[in-house]
Ligand binder design. Structure first.
Ligand code: NA7
Length: 533
């Protein structure tokens, strides 16, 4: 039955962010509801059930730190947790902290309007009910709006097609099937080896070749798990003090300051250790092109070593961007998969996809017969999930209009003209450049503090100013320009993967710790950049 109700806070989304936000609102004693489109909690980990779906952060730190008992009682089974295990964890959190009573599942938000006279948000749902609240917090994730490419003929395809971010709940069986995967980002790189092992034939349609580092996943030995649990306080402290929210710091040494053999040995060790730590091997991999070239060349050599067919290896060599200037994937047997007889690599940059036919995919070169197509084509990142909620601020200004030239926020947390709305991991925050739960906890804690401040001070309105928003936008740009990241022309950080999306570097690249320090200073400074009443 559709509900019309009033609460203090409406939270949209029941993933990592929404669950923790609700926990904190309970602590504050505010009435709250979490509206969630899916029929379960988990957000990203509810939707992304594609073969091989696994977190690229290691399990022991891709987790909440807010509750010591939770840290101690939960034991991860692998170095990197798979989708199902993370979903079990989030379900456990929802139960353990008695969150479900305030979560409405199967409730997609279709619109949200600010009423300036009443000082409230009205949030409409697809089911027809609406919620009224003084505060609205979006916890909609950064990578939740699927980007399905507009390829002519998709409707006429006679087989099944899927987007990895909207995967069916029942197992998709590729046995005996000719499968095509479009996309070689983090998702495609995880899915390709798993699908290749099952399908009769896999054709990979690659537009931009990518770097990838072996994950070196494996079972979590009990003694490692025990040691981590004893050291959690220190581990979390490093995460919070780090650039990317991981429990390791970036080396202070320049890649260009050491002899070639020393550097090669460092890279070799990092390659063997596996995972995202490779990026932390030297201080300047993301800020100096020559330093970055050393890492990029090392990985290109590895690809040549692993892939037996020299021509295929050549096609797999990244050539348009430096290592980790786009989100760096990590993998299990990705490049090795191209040594299988049942895998074909098609370069759709030189022979673009023209259409999907009833029986396959046609490029400018030929038609590839397919029974199934998997789009691992990513997301309308950061802005997409917010824009599709049809948010209307003061004077009827829509978020879509306000962001027509690209997203504008103050600290990634608020938007001028949209009072009392807080955006967890919004554009302009470091979110997607970090280990997400670390960033989410920092955001939620900051929002909790400001709501507590409002509650205690009898404040009913909090809104950032256009000046604060402009200055933060300039700071986001300056931080990006200190890195090589904006140079990766096909990066979703820039919105480049979605046709027509403004090309603006969206995340804050100045580092998690320095960002968190700024947020703390802003609060200490009487919430500088916010108008409160
Ligand atoms: P990504 O990283 O955006 O990767 C999408 C891939 O799909 C990438 O290789 C794209 O090529 C390719 N793509 C997108 N559209 C097309 C079309 N129209 N034709 C051919 N190829 C296309 O998404 P993921 O899901 O892999 O990863 C998203 C994040 O999830 C990841 O960074 C982690 O944070 C977790 P392109 O590079 O644009 O040329």
């Amino acid at each position: 039955m559709a509900e019309d109700q009033t609460v203090d806070v409406v939270v949209v989304g029941a993933g990592f962010a929404g669950l923790y936000m609700l926990r904190q609102l309970h602590r504050l004693g505010l009435s709250a509801v979490v509206l969630e489109a899916a029929d379960g909690v988990g957000g990203t980990w509810y939707w992304n059930r594609y073969p091989g779906a696994r977190c690229d952060s290691e399990s022991y730190y891709y987790s909440y730190s807010f509750d010591e008992d939770l840290q101690q009682e939960w034991t991860w089974s692998e170095r990197y947790a798979g989708q199902a295990e993370i979903l079990r964890y989030l379900d456990h959190v929802a139960d353990r902290f008695d969150l479900r009573r305030d979560i409405r599942l199967n409730t997609r938000v279709t619109a949200a309007r600010w009423d300036d006279t009443a000082g409230t948000w009205t949030v409409d749902t697809e089911q027809g009910g609406s919620w009224s609240a003084r505060w609205m917090v979006t916890a909609v994730g950064c990578l939740s709006s699927a980007n399905v490419p507009d390829i002519p003929g998709l409707d006429s395809f006679g087989g099944d097609w899927y987007h990895t971010g909207q995967w069916p709940h029942e197992k998709v069986d590729f046995t005996g099937k000719r499968v095509g995967i479009v996309g070689t980002g983090s998702t495609g790189i995880q899915a390709i080896p798993v699908v290749a092992a099952e399908a009769e034939h896999l054709t990979v349609f690659q537009r931009t070749p990518n770097y990838s580092i072996p994950a070196r996943n494996g079972p979590m030995p009990p003694e490692v798990s025990d040691r981590i649990k004893q050291e959690y306080a220190d581990i979390r402290a490093v995460q919070r003090a780090s650039t990317n929210g991981h429990p390791f710091l970036i080396s202070p040494t320049s890649a260009l300051s050491v002899a070639d053999d020393v550097r090669s040995a460092t890279y070799e060790d990092a390659w063997e250790f596996g995972g995202l730590r490779f990026r932390a091997a030297y201080s300047d991999l993301l800020s100096d092109q020559a330093a970055n070239d050393t890492a990029s060349d090392f990985i290109r050599d590895k690809i040549r070593e692993v892939v037996k067919d020299a021509e295929v290896a050549e096609r797999l060599l990244p050539d348009d961007h430096g290592f980790a200037t786009k989100r760096p994937p990590i993998d299990t047997q990705y490049f090795e998969t191209y040594n299988r007889d049942n895998v074909t690599l098609v370069d759709v940059r030189s022979t673009p996809i023209q259409e999907i036919t009833a029986t396959g995919m046609r490029t400018t070169e030929q038609e590839y017969p397919l029974d199934c197509i998997v789009f691992a084509t990513g997301f309308d990142a950061l802005t997409g999930p917010l824009l599709r909620m049809n948010i209307q601020g003061r004077d009827g200004t829509t978020l879509r209009d306000h962001w027509a030239e690209g997203p504008k926020t103050y600290l990634g947390l608020q938007v001028a003209g949209f009072p009392n709305m807080f955006t967890i991991t919004g554009p302009g925050s470091p979110s997607v450049l970090t280990n997400m739960p670390t960033c989410i906890e920092q955001h939620v804690d900051w929002i909790t503090d400001v709501l507590e401040h409002a509650r205690d001070g009898g404040l009913t309105r909090i809104e950032t100013t256009e000046a604060a928003e402009r200055e933060w936008g300039e700071e986001v740009q300056r931080a990006a320009d200190r890195t090589l990241l904006p140079r990766a022309a096909t990066s979703w950080y820039l919105g480049a993967n979605v046709p027509g999306k403004p090309r603006v570097f969206m995340p804050y690249a100045g580092g998690m710790a320095s960002y968190a320090g700024t947020c703390t200073d802003v609060a200490k400074d009487g919430y500088r950049g916010f108008v409160m009443a």
